[in-house]
Write a protein that binds this ligand. Structure first.
Ligand SMILES: Nc1ncnc2c1ncn2[C@@H]1O[C@H](COP(=O)(O)OP(=O)(O)O)[C@@H](O)[C@H]1O
Ligand SMILES: [Mg+2]
Length: 264
């Protein structure tokens, strides 16, 4: 049986002044699916994640999570509804410990706010203790090695561990959908292989989690996603298993044409 669609986009268009960064893009993400998003630089890949997470409000079209419209819902509420992400460039708090970075990711799941912190300390304290132990379990699940380093400052971690920590922090909000923007960027082949193993283990442990991964490393794209969507100049060129999509002439042209232009 085919799993139900959890997240969908219809006719998504994003204009910045005269620039059309996304034009009439449709997509579906099914429960438990890993969808790869590929395309040359400037194709609109990050823009798509920014639309889904509410950072950008699309010029037209709509995004739905489990059938409910997300247009106009502010980013922190979208996290609360079950969509978490990592960014293309690191957004970690370098001066905080590894574990504290994950605890911050639980923000959307704890109820205590400023009022609690002042007048009802006990709830805030209880939630903090619970958050720390959940954060420790998460770190262990994402990477044992990262767990061992939980009291180090995030800024001291090697690049590959920083990327893993960002994934752990995103998972701390207990998402149904996890969006990763170029998770292997800055990694060598060995680190990328380790990252793929981590993501596979994560998906095996949480079969209901749905992933969208923007990626430029074709080894990862060939190995991990069930399906790949190709964007170019904000348009969707193709959608299907990587083995099929890579053979489509206009997909090859998007890559080869751009490379030829860059080399000229
Ligand atoms: N906030 C913005 N303001 C203006 N232009 C933007 C903005 N965000 C993205 N763009 C433009 O939209 C296009 C797609 O960008 P992006 O989605 O970041 O591409 P990708 O992630 O595929 O490399 C680019 O031309 C980029 O300059
Ligand atoms: Mg990008």
């Amino acid at each position: 049986m085919v799993a139900p669609v959890i997240l969908s986009g219809r006719s998504l268009t994003m204009r910045f002044g005269g620039l059309v960064a996304m034009a009439e893009v449709d997509f579906d993400l099914r429960r438990g699916e890993i969808l790869g998003i590929i395309g040359p630089n400037g194709a609109g890949k990050s823009t798509l994640l920014n639309i889904i997470t509410g950072l950008y409000v699309p010029s037209s079209g709509e995004v739905r999570l489990e059938g409910e419209r997300l247009n106009g819902v502010p980013p922190h509420r979208i996290v609360g509804r079950g969509i978490a992400r990592t960014f293309q460039s690191s957004r970690l708090f370098s001066d905080l410990s590894v574990i504290d970075n994950v605890v911050i990711g639980r923000h959307s799941k704890t109820r205590s706010g400023v009022i609690d912190a002042i007048f009802r300390r006990s709830r805030a304290d209880r939630e903090m203790a619970a958050s720390v132990s959940i954060a420790e379990e998460l770190l262990k699940a994402v990477s044992r090695d990262l767990f061992e380093q939980r009291h180090r400052l995030a800024g001291e971690l090697p690049q590959a561990d920083r990327r893993r920590l960002e994934i752990a922090r995103a998972l701390a909000s207990e998402p149904k959908v996890l969006l990763l923007d170029e998770p292997s960027s800055g990694m060598d082949d060995a680190d990328t292989d380790a990252l793929m193993d981590d993501i596979r283990a994560l998906c095996a442990a949480r079969p209901d989690l749905s992933l969208m991964i923007i990626e430029h490393d074709m080894r990862l794209v060939a190995a991990l996603p069930h399906r790949v969507m190709v964007l170019d100049y904000g348009q969707k060129l193709a959608d299907g298993p990587f083995e099929e999509v890579r053979l489509i002439p206009r997909v090859q042209e998007a890559y080869l044409g751009r490379k030829a232009a860059q080399n000229a």
